[in-house]
Design a protein. Structure first.
Length: 574
């Protein structure tokens, strides 16, 4: 071997050593949960002597696959696997930067069902994604660089192209065996690929069973018009009921017209699951079974003689009045066929709730009984898009600060609530004739305003405030209002989304005893059940186990508000 070739060979090996060192640094950066996971296995798991070798073997498979990728002699095979591995690592690390939790298969299903919100999510979390992009670029370069000379192993190296498949298949097998779990602390360079492949298969092959017919005959309806307003991302403790407060002064001024059930537990901490639980009438005692089999609210309403109306102030891409476009929140074309009037609103985000209210007010003036399910825009992130710049009462906002500052996040969130909730209620109470109408108001889920945390949709150990929502009833029917008020007083601290469906069915005119036997306590009866919300899959997609999270509603509302709601330091700051 000539001196020049020897020097070139040494240089390439030196470069390869630098690649390995840099790749080790990437692994440490993108897999921050490994040390914690090892500690948990050693200190908590009684079978650590079995679990630890398995965990280390799974990691070894990933490391061998990375080395195999770097040694691939074919540039195109190397580029292919480098791209896949770099993308996987960037996705896993990007999700961690946003949420400080690891990506799971339930997160992927949730993200897929909320894919229409990708643009708004990217705008809200953009400051956290630069790091993920950097990881992608650096990993791609490290894996694509030419390998060192290994002429004696030239033939064997050709078979290395299949080695990266090994950890992908292994990790997928573990996830299936663990019923959707099992991916925690596995290498981010491969685990998201396994998770994505399994999620894609489940999404593509999963079919919903045929829903039951309405089991009862409706009697006399309790009111002519019924509205269910489902807001977006509104936390109960950010609605201030004190007279003269600067946050929600209009609602406080109209509190004699509103029955407040206090802080309530949402059905789920993610929009699509929470809305599906409401529409399908999922129950606490048999959630997965009832989510798959119950007749929808639309069918109950139609059989009781109501015209059905759906208003969506979020899914602007849907074709107005058509059922053949995309639907959100697990709505299908079959479900939409039971909707008489379908409104998918378009416009600037801060205009949408006013447009929604215009439709509601028009339908409430009609002679035919109507059931309206309206999905508001509310405080959907990015919060600064939800109100005009002139309505920024609390500053600095996230847009003004130019970064995700904790105080700016709270200020922007409060501005959105003041515009889309407080001002909305002033219009609703002032313009609607509610003498023969009933309005139920809630939010799909709450919000976690802590930096470096998911605002909602956390799967494991979600913050209690993700499930903290308001629950209000509004009617000018004195007898109906008195029934709501009595139950609200008796149920304070125990309110729940799961009381909404039985309330609507009773309003439609279905018999109270039958409704209660199947759907549980309504908003007309005292509710003393312990409050809880769910996270992740409620359809039994991977497991029959539902993730329930108990919540002390009064403590969650009081404690978290004191920690976050201090924008001015004035007498109203908690």
């Amino acid at each position: 071997m000539s001196a020049g070739r020897a020097i070139s060979s040494r240089a390439r090996w030196a470069l390869f050593s630098a690649q390995l060192a840099a790749l080790a640094a990437i692994l440490i950066i993108t897999n921050p949960g490994v040390v914690e996971r090892l500690g948990v296995i050693l200190t908590i798991n009684e079978r650590w002597w079995l679990i630890m070798p398995i965990f280390l073997a799974l990691w070894a498979a990933g490391l061998v696959a990375l080395a195999a990728t770097m040694l691939l002699p074919n540039i195109w095979a190397r580029v292919f696997w480098a791209f896949v591995i770099a993308l996987s690592g960037a996705i896993g690390f990007g999700f961690y930067l946003v949420s400080e939790t690891e990506l799971s298969i339930f997160d992927v299903v949730s993200l897929w069902n909320a894919r229409h919100e990708a643009g708004r999510a990217l705008a809200f979390y953009q400051s956290s994604l630069a790091g993920a992009a950097a990881i992608f670029v650096v990993t791609l370069i490290l894996l694509v660089l030419p390998p060192p000379p290994l002429r004696r192993l030239a033939r064997a190296r050709r078979w290395l192209v299949v080695v990266p498949l090994v950890p992908i298949v292994l990790y997928a097998s573990v996830i299936v065996y663990r019923g959707g779990d099992g991916s925690r602390a596995l290498p981010a360079q491969f685990a998201p690929i396994s998770i994505g492949a399994l999620a894609a298969n489940k999404i593509a092959t999963n079919t919903m069973p045929q829903r039951e017919d309405v089991p009862w005959t409706a009697g006399r309806a309790q009111t002519k018009h019924i509205v269910l307003l489902v807001d977006e991302s509104i936390r109960a403790d950010f609605i201030d009921w004190r007279q003269g407060n600067p946050y929600t002064p209009q609602i406080a001024g109209h509190q004699d017209r509103i029955v407040n059930f206090g802080p309530a537990a949402s059905g789920g901490n993610c929009s699509h699951y929470a809305n599906a639980i409401l529409r399908f009438g999922g129950t606490r005692h048999a959630l997965t079974e009832t989510m798959l089999s119950n007749a929808t609210l639309w069918r109950y309403a139609k059989q009781a003689g109501y015209r059905t109306v759906f208003i969506d102030a979020q899914a602007a891409f849907m074709r107005n009045g058509g059922y053949s476009g995309k639907f959100q929140n697990f709505m299908s074309a079959e479900e939409a066929a039971d909707i008489d009037d379908f409104h998918a609103l378009n416009g600037e985000a801060y205009e949408l709730d006013d447009k929604l209210l215009d439709v509601v007010l028009k339908d409430l003036r009609g002679d035919q009984p109507v059931f309206i399910y309206a999905v508001k825009n509310g405080a959907h992130f990015p919060y600064d898009a939800d109100y005009p710049e002139s309505a920024a009462e609390f500053r600095p906002t996230m847009a003004e600060r130019g970064r995700d500052d904790p105080q700016a996040r709270v200020n922007s969130y409060r501005n959105a609530i003041r515009w889309n909730v407080d001002r909305f209620f002033d219009r609703l109470v002032g313009e609607a004739d509610l003498r023969n109408s009933a309005v139920i108001y809630t939010s799909d889920h709450g919000q976690n305003l802590e930096p470096k945390k998911l605002t909602h949709c956390s799967i494991d150990k979600p913050a209690p405030v993700e499930g903290l929502v308001p629950l209000l009833a509004i009617t000018d029917d004195a007898a109906l209002k008195a029934r709501f008020a009595k139950a609200a007083q008796d149920s304070f601290g125990h309110a729940s989304h799961f009381s909404i469906a039985p309330t609507l069915l009773q309003l439609f005119g279905y018999p109270r005893m039958q409704v209660a036997s199947r759907y549980g306590t309504s908003m007309f009866e005292p509710n003393r059940d312990p409050a809880a919300f769910t996270s992740g899959d409620v359809f039994g997609l991977f497991s029959d186990k539902v993730r329930w999270h108990p919540i002390d509603l009064l403590s969650a509302a009081a404690g978290q508000a004191r920690a976050e709601a201090k924008p001015h330091g004035d007498k109203y700051a908690r």
